[in-house]
Design a protein. Structure first.
Length: 436
């Protein structure tokens, strides 16, 4: 592979083993219907996470800079943000269409997200950003996105079992999902970056261990070139724990493990000559695993492929005849409902807001369904006409209505009620209405 010669022999062996393991996915058997459904749902979840990340990374911090530019693409800032986004919650049930496509809605609270972005941003002299773009996009204090996808063409049986046994709030490894647009060199570079960060994290963790009296290993060996070199040699020789994980949000993960008993042995070797106090005593070092309450140290390093190693993503649009104008449009419906008359006290107002919001959304949904029924398809029939004679299409239309996005949910201008605006892009209707 291009660039492989930059790595040492051990790295070449690790990369070959890792990439060889992922190549086994090509031998995977066809999916069962339940497997295809759960894999399509997971693909939609991953697509939603990527859309959420893109929305945030492209959000402007100022007239000159976006969040992504400030964090640094594929660097530690973006990696930390994407890992934070793994906490995005799946809303409701997934939506499944007859053509194998699944859709899922995700949300993440805006306030902790903004705090995390501010923590990751480099220090700046100017005023703190207000994230107006993200504030405008939020609904009821949350950022919401919809993801869509279908089951990957090939996935290894052991990964399928892992996905089937994982709850939706856990993001398992699902290679090749999420890595379809990454070159082979990009995968190698992501694993390499993860491995480098794992060893650096292990070095930081070991050096931060307290020997006693507030003194750390790092402080004690500082100034002794021989001790520092021996400790660094020990860390560089630690094994990688298992194969690298290529997670579906395009983050490679590598674990490095250090047995505490081996660390104790190295500390005894580099113990400063003539040390008089108890910090380096035989007994204190032997009890290090007891003080740490563990027999091994495990750290994880994270890496992403460089931007130049990403191929243009494959489109899910049908290839052939140009897409009609109606397919690029969207429907919009507005619903309004007044607060109940008895919603006066604090608890009553809260309950009245909830009831009015639900009623307003229901009114908007009725109007949206009416508009959707009137959409004229490529064959000249309206959605209503075709649904009356096609059971599969009618089921897809019902599923499609469930994908309507709440664009606005707010009190009315007079303060006496609630307003909800729903939006429904028509591209998905165009896809499943086409002849198969």
């Amino acid at each position: 592979m291009i660039g492989m010669r930059r790595f040492g022999p051990t790295m070449v062996i690790v990369m070959a083993a890792v990439l060889g393991r992922f190549a086994l996915a090509a031998q995977a058997p066809a999916y069962t219907p339940p497997q295809e459904k759960v894999l399509a749902l997971r693909a939609a979840q991953v697509d939603g996470l990527n859309r959420l990340a893109d929305l945030i990374l492209e959000s402007p911090l100022s007239a000159e800079k976006t969040v992504g530019q400030a964090l640094g693409r594929s660097g530690e800032g973006e990696i930390a943000l994407r890992r934070f986004l793994r906490s995005a919650r799946v809303i409701g049930e997934g939506r499944f269409y007859s053509d194998g496509v699944a859709e899922v809605d995700l949300e993440i609270p805006l306030e902790p997200l903004v705090h995390e972005i501010q923590r990751l941003l480099p220090p700046a002299g100017e005023a703190a950003p207000t994230f107006d773009d993200l504030q405008r996009r939020s609904v009821d204090g949350h950022l919401e996105v919809s993801g869509r996808g279908r089951a990957p063409e090939e996935m290894a049986p052991e990964m399928i079992k892992q996905v089937e046994s994982s709850s939706l709030d856990v993001l398992p490894e699902m290679f090749p999902l999420g890595w379809e647009s990454v070159t082979a060199d990009g995968r190698v570079e992501a694993i390499r970056a993860a491995r480098i960060r794992a060893y650096q994290a292990m070095a930081d963790q070991i050096r931060a261990i307290e020997l006693g009296a507030g003194r750390t290993i790092g402080q004690e060996v500082a100034g002794s070139s021989a001790a520092e070199a021996r400790l660094d040699l020990f860390i560089r020789g630690l094994p990688v724990a298992g194969p690298a994980r290529l997670m579906p949000d395009r983050i490679a993960e590598v674990d490095v493990v250090a047995m505490v008993r081996n660390l104790i042995g190295i500390l005894k070797e580099i113990r400063p000559a003539g040390q008089a106090d108890d910090l380096w005593s035989e007994d204190r070092l032997d009890r290090l695993s007891v003080r740490l309450k563990m027999d091994r140290l495990t750290v994880t390093g994270f890496g992403m492929p460089p931007p130049e190693e990403l191929r243009p993503g494959r489109t899910t649009a049908a290839v052939g005849a140009p897409m009609p104008d109606w397919a690029a449009g969207e429907l919009e419906a507005r619903g309004v409902d007044d607060f109940p008359e008895d919603a006066n006290e604090a608890i009553g107002r809260q309950r009245g807001r909830l009831l009015a919001a639900r009623a307003a959304k229901a009114r908007a949904m009725v109007d949206l369904e009416r508009q959707l029924d009137a959409v004229r398809l490529d064959d000249g029939r309206t959605v209503r006409d075709r649904a009356a004679k096609d059971d599969v299409f009618r089921g897809d239309v019902k599923t499609f209505l469930g994908s309507a996005r709440t664009a606005v949910s707010r009190p009315t201008e007079d303060g006496n009620g609630w307003e909800v605006i729903l939006q429904l892009p028509l591209f998905r209707l165009y896809e499943f209405s086409r002849p198969r």
